[in-house]
Design a protein around this ligand. Structure first.
Ligand code: SAH
Ligand code: SF4
Length: 446
């Protein structure tokens, strides 16, 4: 059977980058991607364990592949990512049709593991964490790209141990990639046509803090800002406790840094923030927001919120609603607390009924929908600079790109404009995107 693979990715941007790496590695042993699992010799799931919903979804999809295996015993099914890291060899016991389990530090071994399964029809599991030196060698990196906007990994892992979060257990210790390598990659990407880079890691704000010789994240941004060809810079994810005043000032100083910051707050209640082990208070967070808006009045913020953390009272929840109204986030990503095995919060007493949590969640969403609508509506009638990323799904002659705030804008244009930053008159604003019309350059007032 032809060497073809079907890959499904769950969860965060880190997994998106890991999946790209998986694709590159599989190409080295002659595997080509296919869009239907029925056409694949190898099916891989790159999973997320952050919330129960994501875990159940991955298992649901895995179950769907069982009949395929029964029809085609040659099929290889593998599961990687955070669930693999957490469950390890037990997965092979629980899912007899699973051939391969690989952890978050073991992606580089995929070619050998797949070859091994294929040649000897053995079942493999590899989930051990690697030492620092090896991890430094294996940072995902690329030197060219046909895309306009790319992720660049600057750090991996997390040492924060927020009490609800499984990430430190499944991604390992925090490690920063040497700044020289990051800059080499950004320069190479710029030469191959990339115009926007998003520096990513679980907590990019603590970049370099553990190494006295390394640049701070603010200094790294400054260097990236100097790279010719790069027009826009973003970064994610930020932790409020490590968002230094120097880093905040970057939003006022660095011309290429986009006016958007994702800054997860999780809760507006100091008691809950303490129980979450977040390391900042509501007041500190609001002070950061004030400082950000002072140095960059146009900045728009997005955040993550957990509703129904164990012990969250009505008062705590109302404090979160109050914070949302005060800050006026452009977007929020909200989740009902989901206990994760092995984390500190999993053992906390939780007396709030599920129905109350759902009510809180719905109330919050309703408030935020109105706030988001107000924020994005401000753009209607304005001309925004849009970096064109490609042809839109809407069909021929339609392009899509993003504003500095990260909003997708669809508009009519020509393919040759992909990669350019063009002025677009925003005509409508929807829940997740906007519609616009290209402004002829000669009609623009200087
Ligand atoms: N490193 C990032 C992302 C962590 S996971 C950060 O620190 O923000 C992404 C989001 O999932 C978190 O911000 C949090 O809001 C949510 N999350 C994590 N663990 C959760 C849990 N056990 N239950 C519900 N939501 C959770
Ligand atoms: Fe999880 Fe907290 Fe680390 Fe984010 S900072 S990955 S929420 S432990």
């Amino acid at each position: 059977m032809k060497r073809t693979y079907y890959l499904e990715t769950f969860g965060c941007q880190m997994n998106v980058v890991d999946s790209e790496r998986i694709g590159e590695l599989l190409a080295t042993i002659g595997y080509q991607p296919v869009s239907q699992p029925d056409d694949a010799r190898l099916i891989l799931l790159n999973t997320c364990a952050v919330r129960d919903k994501a875990v159940r979804k991955a298992y649901g999809h895995l179950g769907r592949f069982k009949p395929l295996k029964e029809r085609n015993p040659e099929l290889i099914i593998g599961l990687g990512g955070c669930i693999a890291q957490q469950e390890g060899a037990e997965l092979l016991g629980n899912f007899p049709y699973l051939d391969l389990v690989f952890g978050t530090h073991n992606i580089h071994r995929l070619p050998e593991l797949v070859d091994e399964v294929e040649a000897n029809r053995v079942r493999c599991e590899e989930t051990e964490f690697l030492d620092r030196e090896t991890r430094l060698r294996l940072f995902p990196s690329r030197s060219d790209s046909d895309q306009v906007a790319r992720f660049v990994t600057v750090m991996q892992g997390c040492d924060n141990y927020c009490s609800y979060c499984v990430v430190p257990y499944v991604r390992g210790r925090e490690i920063s990639r040497p700044s020289g390598e990051v800059l080499t990659e950004v320069r190479a990407l710029a030469s191959s046509g990339v115009r926007e880079v998003t520096l990513i890691g679980q907590n990019v704000n603590s970049y370099g803090l553990r190494d006295a010789e390394e640049l701070s994240f603010a200094d790294l941004l400054e260097q990236v800002n100097r790279v010719d060809g790069i027009e826009r810079i973003r970064f994610t994810t930020s932790h409020p406790k490590d968002l230094s005043p120097q880093l905040i000032d970057c939003f006022g100083r660095l011309g290429k840094l986009c006016w958007h910051l994702h800054l997860p707050v999780q809760s507006g209640s100091n008691d809950i923030l303490r129980a979450m082990n977040r390391g900042y208070s509501r007041e500190h967070y609001l002070e950061i927001v004030r400082h950000l808006k002072e140095v960059c009045p146009q900045i728009r913020l997005s955040t993550d919120i957990i509703v129904g953390f164990p012990g969250e009272s009505d008062e705590d929840f109302n404090a979160t609603l109050d914070l949302l109204a005060q800050v006026c986030f452009a977007d929020i990503y909200s989740f009902i607390f989901s206990p994760r095995r092995g984390t500190a919060a999993a053992d906390l007493a939780d007396n709030t009924p599920a129905a109350i949590k759902q009510q809180r969640f719905d109330r919050m969403l309703k408030l935020q929908q109105e706030l988001s609508r107000q924020v994005w509506q401000q753009d209607v009638g304005q001309v925004c600079q849009v970096l064109v990323e490609g042809e839109s799904k809407q069909g021929a002659g339609q392009l899509f790109g993003r504003t500095t705030w990260g909003r997708i804008v669809n508009f009519a244009g020509e393919r040759s404009q992909v990669g350019q930053t063009v002025p677009v008159h925003i005509t409508r604003s929807f829940k997740n995107s906007q519609l616009g019309e290209l402004v002829c350059q000669d009609k623009l007032t200087p």
